[in-house]
Every structure is written in C-alpha cells, then in structure tokens.
Design a protein around this ligand. Structure first.
Ligand SMILES: CC(C)(COP(=O)(O)OP(=O)(O)OC[C@H]1O[C@@H](n2cnc3c(N)ncnc32)[C@H](O)[C@@H]1OP(=O)(O)O)[C@@H](O)C(=O)NCCC(=O)NCCS
Length: 183
C-alpha cells in the first residue's frame, strides 16, 4: 500500500526540493520547479493557475463551498488573487480537468493558505497534500517562516487533514473586519 501522504509529510516545511521516496512509496513527486508536481503516471499535476482554468476553478469552489457568502464569490476571489502573488494560486489537474485548487499568500510576516478544495470525486488520493506542500514551498521561496490558516467552526472535519500535514490548533482568537469599498 503506497504511503504518499506520509512521504510528503516527512518533508515538513522545507523550501528545498523534496527527497524522493522509493518509487513504490510515492504517488506524487515535488519537482525542482515547485509550481509543478506530477505523479509517476502523470495523472495529476499541480501547477500555477492559468486564465483558461477559470471556469473549472469557479465550478469547483462553487461545488465545494456552496455556503460561501457573496464576498467570497469564486470569480471575485480569482480576480483579487490574480492581482497579488498570482504564482501562489495553484491548481491540481487530472486527465485535463481541474480537480483541486488552493490560494496562498505571504504578507511579509506570515504565509496564509486559503480556499483549499479538492473535487469530491478525487479525494483521499493525496491531492490536497500535494497542493498544500506546493503552496508551502512557494511561500518558503519568498522567505515565509510560518504558515497560518483558518478553518470554519462548522468545518472541523478538515482539522484531521491539516494535522496530518503537521499543522496544529493554536491558542489564538481569529478576528476580522471587512474594509469598506472592497468586494
Ligand atoms: C480537506 C480536503 C481538501 C482534503 O483533500 P484530499 O485530497 O482528500 O486530502 P488528502 O488525500 O491529501 O488527505 C491526506 C490525509 O489527510 C487526512 N484526511 C483527509 N481528508 C480527511 C477527512 N475528511 N477526514 C479525516 N481525515 C482526512 C487523511 O489522513 C489523509 O490521508 P489518507 O487518505 O492516506 O488517510 C477535501 O476533503 C476538501 O476539499 N474538503 C472540502 C473543502 C475544505 O474543507 N477545505 C478546507 C478549507 S479550510
């Protein structure tokens, strides 16, 4: 039984190219170019978002996050993200179709990961792990020392996923304020 997630987890938050696990133990390999991660059978690739991906990413997020408020409308998020560190907007492609996406950003102090989603038909294959590791690598290249993320209290199932990747729940209270005149 392959253990791709374990192999990826062992890499931690390293910026360096990942050591290759024995072929039998990996389904995904992070290449020197950390924007692109390809499985040995080339069935899944993680790469930077391209404009041609827009419709599929919008559909993916609309399906995975049906209860998101209008301020998180996929089209709006994409437009905003493409203005800031667009190279940290990553997607996973399988058989020519977008099956996963994540946005990351570095604010100069902390890195953030947002809107990680994998198509329900493609889960538990290590795709989200590959997306997060690629996002971490991109953040690390910018000098980011730590990655933060937020999980809605209604979505606590996802904590098991992030714990598997080495993330821990921290003693913090999340606060936020929407700025006037923005989407
Ligand atoms: C959370 C999510 C991104 C995981 O995607 P995925 O591609 O299935 O994740 P992976 O295959 O990389 O999972 C890696 C490991 O995390 C753990 N894990 C993943 N999903 C889990 C779940 N629903 N419950 C418990 N553990 C889970 C498992 O240990 C898994 O390894 P295994 O399959 O070998 O057991 C996906 O379920 C999703 O899109 N959920 C809805 C959107 C969402 O909640 N996004 C996060 C916003 S904060």
């Amino acid at each position: 039984m392959p253990l791709p997630n374990k192999a990826l987890q062992q890499t931690g938050l390293s910026v360096a190219p990942l050591p290759l696990a024995p072929a039998a133990e990996r389904r995904y390999v992070i290449q020197t170019s950390l924007e692109q991660m390809t499985g040995p059978d080339s069935s899944v690739t993680v790469r930077a978002f391209r404009s041609a991906d827009r419709d599929q990413v919008e559909r993916l997020w609309a399906r995975v996050f049906p209860d998101d408020p209008p301020s998180n409308a996929p089209a709006l998020l994409i437009d905003t993200k493409l203005r800031v560190q667009p190279e940290l907007f990553l997607i996973a492609v399988a058989d020519g179709a977008v099956v996963g996406a994540v946005m990351a950003g570095f604010d100069g102090v902390r890195g953030w990961i947002h809107h990680l989603a994998v198509s329900p038909d493609h889960r538990r294959r290590g795709i989200a792990t590959a997306l997060v590791r690629a996002a971490e690598s991109g953040l690390g290249r910018l000098g980011c020392p730590k990655v933060n993320l937020q999980v809605r209290a209604t979505n606590l199932d996802v904590l098991a996923f992030y714990r598997q990747l080495g993330y821990g729940v921290e003693d913090r209270v999340s606060m936020g304020r929407r700025l006037e005149g923005t989407g």
